[in-house]
Design a protein around this ligand. Structure first.
Ligand SMILES: [Zn+2]
Length: 100
């Protein structure tokens, strides 16, 4: 885990990260920025999972690790939905006939 100073973040944003998303409207880019600025940076989801286990989530929300489209690193954020990925994953041992 590491953090970025605000000056470091601003420099990286204006020199490297802003250009690929420059075609997006400002309010859409603001959403990307809110998911990245001021957040702790993790190199892998495995590194973030012990932190998620320790950290309390906002009331009624769930903590999740996500890959940041802006900087390409992993951040932790609050989500309204529980961890849906294992439920969405396709079980290779389960046939279509058994499910119905
Ligand atoms: Zn980021």
């Amino acid at each position: 885990m590491r953090t970025r100073t605000n000056a470091e973040w601003q420099t990286l944003y204006h020199t490297r990260w802003k250009a690929p998303f420059a075609h997006l409207p400002k309010h859409v880019r603001a959403k990307l920025v809110r998911g990245c600025i001021g957040k702790a940076v993790y190199d892998s989801v495995e590194e973030a999972l012990p932190v998620i286990a320790e950290m309390p989530a906002r009331p009624g929300m769930y903590l999740k690790a996500y890959s940041c489209p802006l900087c390409g690193c992993i951040h932790i954020g609050n989500s309204r939905t529980p961890n849906t990925m294992p439920q969405r994953a396709i079980d290779p041992n389960k046939s279509i006939d058994a499910a119905s």
